[in-house]
Design a protein. Structure first.
Length: 108
């Protein structure tokens, strides 16, 4: 693989010593190198932002799961309380019906 050296702002490939005696050259202009450097920096910044966004999203998801667990427990308690109140209401309704039946029996 050719090795790069920098001469006057230009990357120039130094030929490798191949057994067959062939040497490859690679010349990159300063503008091309700067453009490549800029693309790499943008990619690095994008990865950093995405990692931060992922961490924030994971934190929000953990908080939401915690709240969901709390709300689920609260919903279970409320459901149990509703069932208890319905049973109590039914018992009161039956007692009132008995009292009304006794009043009807007195009037007859």
């Amino acid at each position: 693989m050719p090795q790069l050296s920098f001469e006057e702002g230009v990357a120039v490939a130094q030929p490798d010593q191949h057994p067959a005696g062939k040497a490859g050259t690679l010349t990159v202009s300063a503008d091309e190198f700067s453009a490549l450097e800029e693309r790499v920096l943008r990619a690095v910044n994008l990865v950093k932002r995405e990692r931060l966004a992922r961490t924030a999203a994971e934190d929000r998801a953990a908080q939401a799961e915690s709240r969901l667990a709390e709300e689920t427990e609260s919903a279970k308690k409320l459901s149990s309380e509703i069932d208890s109140l319905r049973a109590e209401r039914e018992a009161v309704r039956q007692r009132v019906e008995k009292l009304l039946a006794q009043l009807d029996a007195l009037e007859a």
